[in-house]
Design a protein around this ligand. Structure first.
Ligand SMILES: *Cc1c(COP(=O)(O)O)cnc(C)c1O
Length: 406
């Protein structure tokens, strides 16, 4: 088979994909049975409950779920346990990440909460983590809301920080918001038997598959690239079936389920994920090239891996750049088809005390931009004038006229 794949870690999609490439999996995984059902689009099942006259059989199936956490055999019982539309998204994401299973949640934070609760409930409440992390992930660990105790370390010091009661090692790579990367294979070795959680929200399985490097748990804020259109909130954990069973039991008990409509939208989002991420990454690389040559910018952060997220430190006032953009939307979040820019010190990482932002290398002059599918020159023109602090001289209608003239 001819392949156009050129990204590391994803040339075949792994054993479970029967040798298909990621681009093919993205549009077919989780939908293989549709033709036999006489359908083309994915059915959306909004039922909260399901009828059954056989309560003995339902009791047996509920007992089996309580004992194992395995997905229910047969028809669903109640939407907090199981939903067929969400299950399709989970199956597809597991295939893209090259893991046995995946479990979806209401948000990225609900997914992280369940991942931590699995370990805390087993008496393993110590977490070793590497900064920076997404602001709320750092906050969740630092505040100890779930009964965890965290030790923050540099990647090279992970092995030495592990204790008998360590339940998890957590890292983001590339990290939010500085795009710092770690050697995941080396880190996985240092973790020994302790599960390594890699938050893969920024890279997506298009650019890297952490499970191939030894991560046992791969987390996504599906709100970002997986959904891809800024209109769905969700989270998902890709992992082995043993961990997935525990996650399903925690999800059932704590209720952070993904809504079926969100599952539908996320599955649809996956079909364009490889195309979006490659196109957005190419534009991001071009903007990075121009920012690196720009005297108004003191430092540009961009991962070796590539990707569609860029971060840069400005010599002037970062708030003026936010005030000055007209095409790029000044908003938190990322991964959408349109470009967003935000000031981590004010928004995404605001929940952290200043010293924790400092420890994560998050400068007060840092701006984080999520590069969308717009034309690179249009984006550059907007950044260029925002960097020049021309905000007050322009009206919101002006960039439209400019792009029509271009
Ligand atoms: C946004 C984000 C989260 C949290 O996800 P939500 O869907 O907003 O709950 C976690 N990790 C990273 C890297 C993120 O960017």
């Amino acid at each position: 088979m001819e392949t156009t794949e050129n990204t590391p870690g994803s040339p075949t999609g792994g054993d479970r994909s029967g040798g298909r490439t990621l681009a093919t999996e993205a549009v077919h995984a989780g939908r293989e049975d549709l033709a036999a059902l006489g359908l083309h689009a994915t059915p959306l099942d909004l039922s909260t409950t399901y009828p059954s006259h056989d309560s003995r059989a339902e009791a047996a199936r509920l007992d089996a779920f309580a004992a194992t956490g395995a997905q229910l055999d047969g028809p669903p019982v109640y939407a907090r346990l199981d939903n067929p539309t969400v299950a399709r998204f989970e199956q597809a994401l597991a295939r893209l990440e090259g893991t046995e299973s995946a479990v979806a949640f209401a948000s990225g934070m609900a997914a992280l909460t369940a991942t931590l609760l699995v370990r805390v409930s087993a008496g393993l409440r110590h977490v070793v983590a590497v900064r920076p992390l997404y602001g709320c992930s750092d906050h969740l660990l630092s505040a100890g809301l779930l009964g965890t105790e965290v030790t923050w370390v540099e990647p090279a010091d992970v092995a030495g920080a592990i204790r008998p009661e360590t339940g998890l090692v957590m890292v983001e790579s590339p990290a939010n918001p500085t795009l710092a990367e770690v050697d995941q294979r080396a880190l996985a070795r240092d973790c020994g038997p302790v599960p390594l959680l890699v938050d893969n929200t920024f890279a997506t399985p298009v650019l890297q598959r952490p499970a191939d490097s030894g991560a046992r748990v791969v987390l996504h804020s599906a709100t970002k690239y997986l959904g891809g259109h800024g209109d769905v909130l969700g989270g998902v954990v890709a992992c082995d079936e043993e961990y997935a069973r525990q996650l399903r039991q925690v999800r059932f008990a704590t209720g952070g389920v993904l809504h079926p409509l969100a599952g539908y939208l996320l599955l649809r989002g996956l079909s364009t994920l490889p195309t979006r991420v490659r196109a957005q990454s190419a534009t991001a690389a071009e903007l990075v090239r121009r920012l690196r040559a720009d005297p108004r910018v003191s430092r540009v952060h961009y991962p070796e891996l590539g990707g569609a997220m860029i971060a840069f430190e400005v010599i002037g006032d970062p708030h003026e750049v936010i005030a000055g953009v007209r095409l790029i939307t000044p908003a938190v979040s990322l991964g959408s088809v349109d470009s967003l820019i935000q000031h981590p010190g004010s928004i995404s990482h605001r929940v952290l005390p200043e010293e924790n932002r400092h420890a994560g290398g998050i400068s007060p002059r840092l701006l984080r931009m999520s590069v969308g599918l717009e034309d690179a020159n249009d984006l550059w023109n907007d950044l260029d004038s925002a960097l020049s602090g021309q905000a007050s001289a322009r009206t919101p209608a002006e960039p439209v006229a400019r792009s029509e003239a271009a």
